[in-house]
Design a protein around this ligand. Structure first.
Ligand code: HEC
Length: 166
């Protein structure tokens, strides 16, 4: 019998070409969380004694810096889909075992229904793409709305894959 190895992409990449060194936990801490914080913190309406102050990107440079975070977040979705990436190092406990699933439990859930995990990662990418579009249009209101879409995308995955207690 002829055994063929299917390539995952047209450029000839296969699952074995990836080197998923970091865990999902580390991708969250180092890439997803800081990039999304940059987007959320970019627009703020703060009440002061002198009146309301609108915090928003102003210079081209500030928009350009923010754009990097949006691009990082769009691509972070792909990082979450790389085959073989574990949620945490073997034996690493849950952050809070009372409220969070153990990393092994999360990995089992992902293995049992890989399509559902993929959907959540794509939802993150779509939300980040909405932010990117707002940034390119320098549209502060759209950026604020995209921030809510983003928050919903994070929570949609966390509800199903991270929290033991809803
Ligand atoms: C496709 C699923 C998925 C999406 C989308 C997702 N996360 Fe996570 N995230 C997880 C999982 C699974 C964990 C639990 C990992 C663990 O056990 O530490 C986690 C954990 C975290 C943690 C805790 C990491 C630590 O130090 O223990 C932070 C912070 C976090 N996510 C932020 C975010 C933010 C912000 C977003 C949206 C911008 C997001 N995540 C989107 C799956 C996701």
């Amino acid at each position: 019998m002829l055994v063929s190895i299917a390539a995952a992409g047209c450029a000839g990449e296969s699952a074995t070409d990836y080197k998923p060194t970091s865990t999902v936990r580390e991708v969250m801490r180092s890439i997803v969380d800081p990039s999304s914080d940059a987007l959320w913190d970019s627009v703020e309406i703060v009440a002061t004694v002198e009146g309301t102050v609108h915090k928003m990107p102003k210079s081209d440079e500030e928009w350009a810096v923010l754009r990097r975070s949006a691009v990082t977040l769009v691509e972070a979705g792909n990082l979450l889909l790389i085959p073989g990436r574990l949620v945490a190092r073997p034996g690493e406990p849950a952050g809070d075992p009372r409220s969070d699933l153990n990393p092994e439990e999360i990995d089992t859930k992902r293995r049992q229904a890989p399509g559902a995990w993929t959907l959540r990662a794509h939802r993150l990418q779509d939300a980040a793409a909405e932010s990117l579009k707002a940034i390119d249009a320098k549209d502060v209101t759209a950026l604020l709305n995209a921030g809510e879409t983003l928050d919903a995308a994070c929570e949609s995955c966390h509800r199903d894959y991270w929290y033991r207690v809803q």
